[in-house]
Design a protein around this ligand. Sequence first.
Ligand code: ADP
Length: 326
Amino acid sequence: MSKINEIEQNIQNLKDPTTNLAFHEYKAIKHVGIDEENDTVVFVIEVKEKTPEVIKQLTRDIAKIVKLQMGYKGIKVDFVQGKSANSKSKTILVASGKGGVGKSTVTANLAYALMRLNKRVAIIDADVYGANMPKILNATEHTIMGNQDGKLYPFEKDGIQMISTEYLVDKNRALMLRGPMLNKVLKLFFEDTIWNGEIDYFIVDLPPGTGDVMMDLKDFCNDPKMILVTTPQANAAHIAIKAGYAAKDLNQEVIGVVENMSYYEVNGEKHYIFGKNGGKQVADELLVELLAQLPIVPSDNSVYTESDIAGIQYLNLAHKIVKLIK
Ligand code: ADP
């Protein structure tokens, strides 16, 4: 075993005093290095709350092991505050191959359904090219508040918290972000947003297609699970399959497919206007479950109530997702 591995192993059972979670449980150890010249071990450790008490206690705990037990002369620990320190939260990524298939609608309704199952939910609208979560939640007039440390407060409605790239740009202008800037936005949402209380599920509305966002997400959340939204049409399914494979290439687990706008129901009869097999085809190809087939809802309101047929279907979907990502 290398020296670095040995050090890592020896401190991995230390616990963040705020959450009582062990370092290994939330991948707290971000870096370990040895400054041979000074016989000093340098660390970057993630904690939930970077308070003087936490710093003092963990520095002492680490010193005890690394200096007293292992015999190094010194330690230097940088503490960073981070989202994954809150490891009980689960992250659901909502992705699609192309735009307009209902990815944002699914995100919002899934959030409501999970909330109805008594889960605490936050939406991260990371669809940097077409963020529309504020519109769906009737929150376009909201102005996002920040504090002196550059932290943001999310919008909150019906117990659902939400933050969106829409709040970071001028109204009516698309946000074009690439590379490092995009990473900064994600960091802002995942690490520098002061969420109200513990969150059970973060639901991330991804931009259509694949790419930058998905790669960057790995830096910010533990083990996110992806659902793929498609419509029944062959061309949508084809692109969804591509997006699914791209996700898999990035080691991103896809847990299921949601087919949206599957049928239109008139007098109890289902009409499959856009064809019948798109969702199933995507699910079969990616070897995952077709989690839901959601109806076309002729309504201006994008968030369905509990008693709507679509609302009930979202509850079923939420149940399945809760089970799948236990
Ligand atoms: P995406 O996020 O994939 O671009 P949206 O969720 O913004 O897609 O949906 C695109 C449009 O389709 C919106 O106007 C939305 O209200 C509508 N829509 C989405 N799902 C349905 C549905 N099941 N029935 C009817 N209209 C829908």
